[in-house]
Design a binder for this molecule. Sequence first.
Ligand SMILES: [Zn+2]
Length: 268
Amino acid sequence: MPEGDTIFRTARTLERALGGQTVTRFETVLPKLARIDCDTPLAGRTVDLVESRGKWLLMHFSGDLVLLTHMLMSGSWHIYRPGEKWQRHRSHMRIVVETPSMLAVAFDVPVAEFHTAHSLERRAGFNRLGPAPLAPDFDADLAVANLAARGHLEFGLALLDQTALAGLGNVFKSEVAFACGLSPFRQVATLTKEQLTALVATARKYLVANVTEPSGHRRTTTRNTQKEQNLWVYGRQGQPCRRCATAIRAQKHTADGRISFWCPACQE
Ligand SMILES: [Zn+2]
């Protein structure tokens, strides 16, 4: 699943391609979106802003209309010049937003909704998002407090709770835990405030590092962008720890079956 850094990059690319431009054509195979377009056409509106919040992508149009999308496992947004060949088959197309110079195509997006500013505030799963480390107004203290309020959770799961901290997924969760030397299976209640603060700061550092690198790079936490060398622990079960050579382990969290990767020697 794309994590916050991927969605942030996508939003930035879409903003650069479409921001400030007038929509000349809107096309969708999704009936609910088509109905809104029929009632209050997209064509003629301006793309005011494209932004990410956590793993959500928001395309704001003039006239109080927001297209909210979530990629989950399968979705993606591409941009093309008019007439350029698409990289995915047309059968995967869900939405096209076209301007005079560019078109944005959403492929296989499983969640796509139109909202007004008002309905967005009431949208379950979105309105309670915790602070997003990539947001300019990120409130680290609030993120720490949100985590601390989830004392009963294993912190690997607390880091994935988008209402505590928005934008982390499975990869960064394991990587952040390794960087902080903490087993992701420890309950939040066993961590000190300093440890929680370090987890939040590391999460932000990794996300920021992965949106400031040149595009087309491979996600990295080790600062090495080579294949197979870019991550500390994620996906490396059975391989030697990069710090101590102990075999990396993969283990499911009992609460929901998601997997964390960790080094039993470096993390406690
Ligand atoms: Zn180790």
